[in-house]
Each structure stands twice: as structure tokens, then as C-alpha cells.
Design a protein around this ligand. Sequence first.
Ligand SMILES: [Cu+2]
Length: 140
Amino acid sequence: MHWLRIWSVITGALLLAACGGTLPPATISIWVDSDGFSPARVEAPAGKPLSIVVRNLDAQEHQWAIQTLPMVVQGKADPMAGHNMAGMSDAGMGSTPPQLHIVAPVGEQAELTFTPAQRGEYPFLCILPGHSEQGVLVVE
Ligand SMILES: [Cu+2]
């Protein structure tokens, strides 16, 4: 019995330590294949850093984009801050580029970190021509 009590004290101390400093971003993993995003509905708190990780399980490229989402800007404004286009192909860039944009190459994952500023429901979708995967990011 005694070791259980010690363990709970240690765990509590670690939790306190975690809350005291700068929190690492919360991470949401979203899988995508030709059937769509999974999960298609994800939730995150406003005003806290959020990492979206898109894992592409398909044999073709997919993207994850939100057209408009108010963000907390940290440090100097970087016009590419909302983009992770390491695996970018020419397809998918319309006349109005989305504010948030992740390109997930075949069999790989890509990550983007940002801080949503306002509550709301923000639809996300794959913007490649002919693709219809979609979902929603709920900021609470
Ligand atoms: Cu797609």
C-alpha cells in the first residue's frame, strides 16, 4: 500500500510542475485516406497553442486546410506561419490561399502549430482537385 501513496505524491508533483511553466502545445492527430479525415471532428481550446498532425495513410497526397481562422500571433508576424508545405505539389493552390495549410505526402505525416484566438467552428478540407475529404475544428 505504501508505494501506491508515494507514487500518487510523485505523480501529483509532476502534474503541478507541468502546469507551472510554458505548456507544450496540445497535439491532435488526424489520419487521412481516400475515405476522409479521422476523426472528422476535433476540439481544442481557444488561446492555447495547438499542433495539428496530419498522417496520410493513403497512396496519394492529401492536404488539410482551413480557409480562415483567427490566430494569436506570437512574435514577429510570419506570413507563412500557417503553412507547412514541405511536400507541396503545384495542385491545390487556388486564388485565395487558405490561412492554415498542411500538405501530407504519401505515407508521411506533417505538423502545424498555431494558436486559435476565437471560439467557433472552422471547417477543414482537402483542397486538392477532385478531393472531398472534410471535417471541422471546434474551438471552445
Ligand atoms: Cu485529399
